[in-house]
Design a protein around this ligand. Structure first.
Ligand SMILES: *[C@@H]1O[C@H](CO)[C@@H](O)[C@H](O)[C@H]1NC(C)=O
Ligand SMILES: *[C@@H]1O[C@H](CO)[C@@H](O)[C@H](O)[C@H]1NC(C)=O
Ligand SMILES: *[C@@H]1O[C@H](CO)[C@@H](O)[C@H](O)[C@H]1NC(C)=O
Length: 242
C-alpha cells in the first residue's frame, strides 16, 4: 500500500527535476563575447570606444555575458616579469583594468571606466587616466588591488587564458563569440551575437540589424590591428603572417 504514494512522489520529483533542468538551460542562453586586448593598442582603444560600446544599445547587453581580458600580446619572461607591447605603462593599465573588472563585476559599471581610460588613450591624455574613477562613479579600490600585487595574479590568469586560445590569436583586438573567433570581422560582433542567441527574449538590437559591410572582405581593414610580435614574443605559437 505504501508503495503507491512513494512511486507518485518519485514521479513528482522526476517532473520537478526535469522542469528545473529545462528552466536552468533556457536561462543560460546568454551569448558570451570575450575581448582579448591590450590597453594601449590604439586599435583596441578604437574598438572599445567606437564599436564595443554598442553592446549597451537597445537591450543587447541583456543577452550578453561580456568578458574583457586585458593581456593581448604581452608575454612572460623566463624570470617571471611581464613584457607588454606598448611598454610598462601598458602592463600597469592592463592590471588596473583587470582589477576594475574583478572588483566591479557589473559590465555597465566597469565598462564605463574602461571606455573612459581607452578614450583618454585615443586622445593622448593618458596622464589623466586616474580621473576615470570619478568620471565613471567608481571608487579607487582597483589601485589598492594593483599595489597589493593582486593585479599581477589576475594578469597571470589572463596570460594563461590568452595562450590557450584555439586557434591562437594573431592580433588584438581579438573577439570571440561563444568560442567562435571573429578574426578580421570583429567589428560586426553584433551580427554574430544575434545569430548565436538561442533564447526567446530577442533584444531590439537584434530585430533590426543595421546593414553592415562584411569587414573580412575589406582588404584595407587588415592593418588596423596590433599583431602578435613574432620576433620578441618567444612563447607565441601563432602562425606567421605573410
Ligand atoms: C545574462 O546576461 C545578463 C547581462 O549581462 C545578466 O543580467 C543575466 O543574469 C545573465 N543571465 C544568465 C543566465 O547568465
Ligand atoms: C628579467 O629578465 C629581464 C631580461 O632577461 C630583465 O630585464 C629583468 O630586469 C628581469 N627581471 C627581474 C625581476 O629579475
Ligand atoms: C563575413 O564573411 C565571412 C566570409 O565570407 C563569413 O564567414 C562571415 O560569416 C561573414 N560575417 C557576417 C557577419 O555575415
Amino acid at each position: 500500500m505504501a508503495s503507491r504514494p512513494s512511486l507518485f512522489t518519485a514521479f513528482l520529483l522526476f517532473i520537478c527535476t526535469a522542469l528545473f533542468l529545462i528552466a536552468s538551460t533556457s536561462s543560460s542562453q546568454n551569448v558570451t563575447l570575450s575581448l582579448y586586448y591590450e590597453t594601449l593598442c590604439p586599435y583596441c582603444a578604437d574598438f572599445i570606444v567606437n564599436h564595443l560600446v554598442k553592446v549597451f544599445d537597445r537591450g543587447l547587453i541583456s543577452i550578453v555575458n561580456l568578458r574583457l581580458i586585458p593581456w593581448g600580446n604581452a608575454f612572460i619572461q623566463p624570470n617571471g616579469s611581464f613584457v607588454c607591447q606598448h611598454g610598462t605603462n601598458e602592463c600597469f593599465l592592463n592590471a588596473i583594468e583587470a582589477c576594475t573588472v574583478t572588483i566591479y563585476p557589473d559590465a555597465v559599471r566597469h565598462f564605463r571606466f574602461i571606455h573612459c581610460v581607452e578614450k583618454m588613450s585615443l586622445e593622448n591624455k593618458m596622464n589623466e587616466w586616474v580621473n576615470c574613477f570619478g568620471m565613471s562613479g567608481l571608487g579607487k579600490a582597483p589601485i589598492d588591488c594593483y599595489t597589493s600585487g593582486y593585479g599581477e595574479v589576475l594578469e597571470r590568469k589572463y596570460a594563461a587564458e590568452t595562450s590557450k586560445l584555439k586557434p591562437p590569436h594573431r592580433f588584438v583586438p581579438w573577439v570571440v563569440v561563444n568560442n567562435q573567433p571573429l578574426r578580421e570581422d570583429f567589428e560586426n560582433f553584433v551580427s554574430y551575437i544575434c545569430k548565436a542567441y538561442r533564447g526567446t527574449k530577442i533584444p531590439e538590437a537584434c530585430k533590426s540589424l543595421p546593414l553592415e559591410s562584411n569587414s573580412s572582405q575589406k582588404e584595407n581593414h587588415i592593418n588596423s590591428v596590433c599583431y602578435v610580435d613574432q620576433t620578441s614574443n618567444p612563447t607565441s605559437s601563432a602562425p606567421a603572417i605573410n
